[in-house]
Design a protein around this ligand. Structure first.
Ligand code: SF4
Length: 316
């Protein structure tokens, strides 16, 4: 970080954050705030892809070389004509070293976003290589970009900077390379992110052995992890080996009211008693579901038997 930029942020170079996060990392961290494993690795700055590899579950590489090159070329094109593309011809390109407090410590943010300052207001600009076709883009990709942009907006707000809560997304138009800008309101993502960041427990552990630390920390796997976290294959395998209900998704886990293992679900369903893990209401619901299933299986078997008998009778 240059002295000038550091001063702009109210920091001295001696106060440079020890860790630097990407906005994608932070968005993923807050996507699963109950996961102590992810929080531990992120707050100690461990290389999660490296840890996943050492645990025997490397993440497949994401984008193809072609897609990365195309994305970089598009971003360079956007940077070269940023003010005109974003409609802020009177503004200026701003450079701010971003930092944010995460789990009780100040971290730096990788400068993946571009900033335009116009009329004393900063605008976060994200250049993305997915296309906007006839004014529409993939909703999943737009919301991932919005979550990412919200990290930059929140960082700027917490640094006391005036920043728009509408970010500017710049994408190729209709499969061409022509950049087109669209405004995205990130107020909702911002409030979710702020709430989840504020709830993160203080960082623990010194990251001396990140593999051992990852194994020891409590995880909270959900299928959504596959799209957001480098350790997803390891955690999925662990959840399956432990028969964790987490592996079936958050909605199933919530419906089960805190029953954490498939074995316990089956025990409660067959016995109708809670046994201290879940309340009796959940056990009663599970038991009723079990009886309905048994009745449905019995009736299906009866229908099959009748059909079989009819077939035999018809064949005589
Ligand atoms: S993949 Fe594992 S470490 Fe990553 S957020 Fe999910 S449960 Fe946590």
């Amino acid at each position: 970080m240059s002295e000038g930029v550091a001063t702009l942020c109210g920091m001295t170079t001696e106060q440079e954050p020890a860790l630097t996060y990407s906005a994608r990392t932070l968005a993923a961290l807050t996507a699963n705030p109950g996961c102590a494993r992810r929080a531990l690795l992120d707050t100690t700055g461990a290389d999660k892809a490296e840890v996943a590899g050492q645990l025997g579950f490397p993440m497949p590489s994401g984008q193809s070389r072609f897609a990365i090159t195309r994305g970089n070329a598009f971003e360079a094109q956007v940077k070269a004509d940023l003010l005109a593309i974003t409609g802020h011809e009177e503004g200026r390109v701003a450079e701010v070293a971003l930092r944010l407090e995460v789990a009780g410590q100040v971290v730096g943010l990788e400068p993946d976003a571009l900033l335009v300052e116009d009329d004393d207001l900063l605008f976060v600009v994200l250049a993305k290589s997915f296309p906007i076709i006839d004014g529409r883009a993939s909703p999943e990709k737009v919301s991932a970009a919005a979550r990412q942009a919200a990290v930059y907006v929140l960082a700027l707000q917490r640094m006391g900077r005036a920043v728009s809560e509408e970010v500017i997304l710049v994408c190729p138009e209709n499969f061409s390379n022509k950049p087109v800008a669209a405004k995205v309101d990130v107020r909702r993502q911002l409030s979710v992110l702020a709430r989840q960041l504020d709830r993160l427990p203080p960082a623990e552990g010194d990251g001396a052995d990140p593999v051992a630390a990852a194994k020891a920390a409590q995880a909270r796997y959900a299928p959504e992890c596959l799209a957001a976290c480098e350790l997803a294959f390891f955690c999925r395998d662990e959840a399956r080996r432990e028969g964790a209900t987490d592996a079936m998704g958050r909605s199933v886990r919530d419906e089960l009211g805190g029953v954490s293992s498939v074995g316990e679900v089956l025990r409660q369903a067959m016995s109708g008693t809670g046994g201290g893990v879940a309340d009796d209401e959940t056990a009663e619901l599970l038991s009723r579901a079990w009886r309905l299933r048994q009745a449905a299986l019995a009736s299906t078997a009866g229908t099959a038997n009748t059909a079989g008998m009819a077939g035999v009778a018809g064949g005589v």
